[in-house]
Ligand binder design. Sequence first.
Ligand code: COA
Ligand code: MG
Length: 290
Amino acid sequence: MQIRPLRRRRSVLYVPAVNAKALAKVASLACDCVVVDLEDSVAPSQKAEARDAVTAFFASREKDGKEMVIRINALSSEWGGDDLLAARECRPDAILLPKVETARDVLEANDVLDEADARASMWLWAMIETPRAMLNIGTIAELGRDRGARLACLVAGTNDLVKETGIRATPDRRYLVPWLMQMVLAARAGGLDVLDGVSNDFRDLDAFGRECAEAGNMGFDGKTLIHPAQIEPANSAFSPSQEEVDDALAIRAAFALPENGTRGVISLDGRMVERLHLDQAERLLAKAGL
Ligand code: COA
Ligand code: MG
């Protein structure tokens, strides 16, 4: 089984595959990850053109350490099958499956990758954006524990959830939050990463900053973005503060002392610190590249 590497996914930018100008900009952007989109941002009449554009883009781009993902159309749609075959040939870091409703939907894509012996580190990400997906979230996320499955990350599709359920998209997201929390819980149960949905209003960066901070508090690993202006605020909101880094380093140093080598719990600056806090500190430091 391929071990899922710990990756920074603070800022995950969608780029419509048919927008050549936006694709050309990708190399200069400081996002952690790019999702080249064949689905919602591409009109039905442009689906074939978009597929060709993705192929050309992946064939010519210089690798720069960004995680590169392709979002295909749903396998149940008329374009999904061809998209998946084309995406597989592009050898992206991951393929994002939209409108996933059951674990079976993920396994079907998994089989297509296995058939061609795609490298084990070509991951699958799943959009959670329909009522059925929400009701099946536990079994979908459980695939994260499946030795043969490639599932690595869940992505909230908040626009589709609003559309499919009829809830109102209020600025405080009060009707979405219970489902978003359920996604975080399920992702953790499956050992998966989980990304918050997009903010459509890309001019209001104050509101965006608040939404990122909230998503960080809710446990999301990062946020999906639609515009370059959202990258910096997302990177900042999902990076640990200097105080958090210093605290994690202090916990690591304390447990590294010879006298604490076999202790499960220690006292550090007047508070109880257990080995579970050491695990948390190590995860924070790994995500910060320290
Ligand atoms: N990725 C890369 N570059 C982008 C971009 C994106 N998602 N969105 C905008 N840009 C670029 C533009 O090409 C423009 O480049 P320039 O300065 O060289 O001219 C620059 O950023 C400023 O863009 P701006 O004029 O502010 O926005 P716009 O009106 O061109 O585009 C959107 C607005 C919403 C149409 C566009 O941001 C977009 O398509 N976003 C992604 C939508 C998407 O993928 N949806 C599906 C997932 S929800
Ligand atoms: Mg969607």
